[in-house]
Design a protein around this ligand. Structure first.
Ligand SMILES: O=c1[nH]c(=O)c2[nH]c(=O)[nH]c2[nH]1
Length: 302
């Protein structure tokens, strides 16, 4: 019987980096949680304890901080590309890298004189994400966000589903539709020149298209809303190959007030935290190149 090392990667998880850009009077802060994953010839490291190829996770963590000092941070996608290229080009025993970035949103504190230059409040908005994967000189970028909570109080129905002997759900042409949108979009292309893509601008545009589509689409099911949101993004952004969503259907159940002699014309709801429907799908451009390794470091999506 032969035993051998299977797939492996290693890196430093959740390096918390806060970068302050002081180049203008109004500071810019970038608050990131960065995880690295490296691949390479690691057989001897695992099987013999020979660490000659083991670029330590401590060194990886230090590189995150030092490269932030050397180059600044900018868009999460650009910083991810910088790190992935650093690890794979400066060490000949490393031939693949994945860099995951989560970005937390801060807003300038409003004051009588306008938004403050150097005081910020963490905003309750979504968490932006970017995952850069590099393999040889191929690169993939998947951007997205977690936890953008939205709700529609009208124009959501759910009807004509199968009625089995276990069905109790009533049909409705007027329900609350609420979800926490987790979205990821994969960029077409295989290598990005520095500064060629305005990642921040595309991020804001994609989010705006998703939100507007959620708001203006009469929902027949969360699945149809999800698909329409992805379709709208792909129609407006030829630089995006596919969009994946994971959306809980956060059920809002109209409370029965009849014991108190009251009606409830869809005004009073119980927001149930569990169980919840889990709706996940990818919306794809059929002529786009395959995903390659783009999704390797992104678990939890269909
Ligand atoms: O939009 C919905 N999709 C479902 O699949 C589903 N299932 C369910 O019970 N309610 C809903 N709503």
């Amino acid at each position: 019987m032969a035993i051998r090392l299977g797939r492996n990667e290693y890196g430093k998880a959740e390096v918390r980096l806060v970068h302050v850009d002081r180049s203008a009077a109004a500071h810019r802060i970038t608050d990131l949680n960065v995880s690295t994953r490296l691949r390479g010839d690691m057989v001897a490291v695992h099987t013999r304890g020979d660490n000659a190829h083991c670029l330590t996770t401590d060194t990886q963590k230090n590189a995150v901080y030092a490269l932030a000092r050397e180059h600044g941070v900018g868009a999460a996608e650009d910083f991810g590309l910088l790190l992935a290229r650093h690890f794979t080009t400066e060490h000949d025993y490393i031939d693949g890298a994945g860099v995951e970035l989560e970005q937390y949103a801060w807003q300038r504190i409003p004051t009588a004189e306008g938004p403050h230059d150097h005081a910020f409040a963490r905003s309750g908005a979504e968490t932006r994400t970017a995952v850069v994967t590099r393999d040889g000189d191929r690169e993939w970028v998947v951007a997205g966000f977690d936890g953008l909570t939205v709700l529609k109080s009208a124009e959501s129905e759910f009807r004509d589903f199968p009625k089995t002997r276990f069905t109790t759900l009533a049909e409705t042409d007027d329900r609350l539709l609420a979800t926490d949108i987790t979205a990821r979009w994969r960029y077409t292309g295989g290598r990005w020149e520095a500064g060629a893509t305005d990642w921040d601008a595309v991020y804001e545009q994609v989010k705006a298209v998703m939100l507007e589509t959620f708001a203006t689409t009469r929902s027949l099911a969360l699945q149809q809303t999800l698909y329409t949101m992805g379709e709208a993004v792909l129609r407006e952004h030829s630089e995006i190959a596919e969009v994946r969503f994971s959306m809980p259907n956060i059920h809002h159940i109209a409370v029965d007030l009849s014991p108190f002699g009251m009606d409830n014309p869809n005004e009073v709801f119980h927001a149930a935290d569990r169980p919840y429907g889990r709706i996940e799908a990818a919306v794809e451009r059929d002529d786009a190149a395959g995903p390659g390794r783009a999704w390797d470091a992104i678990p939890g999506f269909v």
